[in-house]
Design a protein around this ligand. Structure first.
Ligand code: ZN
Length: 160
């Protein structure tokens, strides 16, 4: 079957920036599975996969604006250490999750003090064009349970 709304799609991918540096990847040891048409992927990536089927290789290039946005200057903020999520001990360069009124956001730790950290609130991939190489591994219809939850279950999907 071809990818369309309510398909469950399992895929492998590599993600590189414009200099060819590998930023992220997923293969059989860490598969990605998502429910198509429910906002699980970046819109530009999701729309590039419409109509593809098992075995297809898809190259997708997203501009920074289509991905995590342009880098903003003066995006440094001081945050209490206890508000940083994702690790117990912090060092400059690590990525943390901060809960804000707009939801979760990934930030990069710049400096660590006793109780406060200075973070850069730009997403770690802000300002970068993203080059995905996607291989579609499986396309199947969503189950009624997956549709009612709005996400895919099973390996690479949501676990309860
Ligand atoms: Zn669920």
């Amino acid at each position: 079957m071809n990818i369309d709304k309510d398909s469950v799609v399992r895929f492998h991918y590599t993600l590189k920036d414009d200099s060819g540096e590998l930023l992220d990847s997923a293969d059989e040891s860490s598969p990605m599975t998502y429910l198509h048409g429910h906002g699980s992927l970046m819109p530009g990536l999701e729309s590039a996969l419409v109509g593809k089927t098992t075995g297809d290789q898809v190259e997708v290039k997203l501009s920074a604006a289509e991905a995590f946005g342009e880098r903003e200057e003066n995006a440094e903020q001081r945050v209490p250490l206890k508000h940083l999520g994702g690790a117990r001990a912090w060092k400059p360069g690590m990525t943390a999750v901060v809960h804000t009124q707009q939801g979760q956001r990934q930030v990069t730790v710049l400096k660590v003090g006793h109780t406060m950290a200075t973070v850069d609130t730009n997403h770690p991939l802000a300002g970068k064009a993203l080059n995905f190489n996607v291989e579609i591994v499986e396309v199947r219809p969503a189950s009624a349970e997956e549709l009612s939850h709005g996400h895919a279950h099973g390996p690479g999907g949501h676990h309860h």
